[in-house]
Design a protein around this ligand. Structure first.
Ligand code: HEC
Length: 158
């Protein structure tokens, strides 16, 4: 009996881990939880998750890298829904700048290899700035920040 209970619990835990951080509408279609946010709020989240992803890379914490890469991807998906913002072709600029760098980072995380992941993360930050430059916001300059201002401990706990 005890054993069955333990098995059920571990199955539930596995299920919870397997669930993506996406939401579904009533018809069961997945959508980004950030869908429909104004661009300025998307950028707020972009900065937040990109920073936490960087801190996960610094800590060589693969589970957290996967988690924050996924969250950042959700934000990127929502940005890709915006075709035009004040005459600026957002989706097009995204595809030319951050998107390829982000895909490289995802591939590097999947493959493993600390130096490659670290280098790919730097390219993501370059991608942020390339898009700002292409989108009339070159004065918004992102720089990799290794400081952890959060109560969160980024070292491995798995
Ligand atoms: C599609 C091009 C594009 C990409 C890619 C992009 N940005 Fe932006 N970002 C913008 C634009 C345009 C604005 C100005 C938005 C506005 O005026 O409402 C902005 C504004 C910002 C701001 C100022 C708003 C704030 O919250 O302080 C920050 C910070 C920012 N972006 C961070 C990032 C980071 C970090 C990345 C990369 C992970 C990134 N951005 C990727 C286009 C982009």
């Amino acid at each position: 009996m005890h054993k069955q209970f333990a098995i059920t619990l571990s199955l539930l835990a596995a299920l919870a881990l397997a669930l993506p951080a996406t939401a579904s509408d009533e018809a069961g279609h997945e959508y980004s939880p950030f869908a429909g946010m104004p661009l300025i709020m998307l950028m707020h989240n972009m900065q937040y998750y990109a920073h936490k992803l960087g801190l996960s890379v610094d800590a060589a914490n693969t589970a957290l890298e996967d988690f924050y890469a996924h969250e950042l991807e959700e934000v990127i998906d929502a940005v890709s829904e915006i075709q035009d913002y004040e005459g600026i072709p957002i989706a097009e600029n995204l595809n030319k700048t951050l998107m390829p760098a982000f895909e490289q980072l995802e591939a590097a995380i999947d493959k493993g290899g600390r130096e490659a992941i670290d280098a790919a993360y730097n390219e993501v930050i370059i991608g942020c700035n390339a898009c700002h430059a292409a989108s009339e916001h070159g004065y918004i300059h992102i720089r990799r920040n290794h400081t952890n201002p959060y109560p969160q401990d980024f070292s491995r706990h798995d």
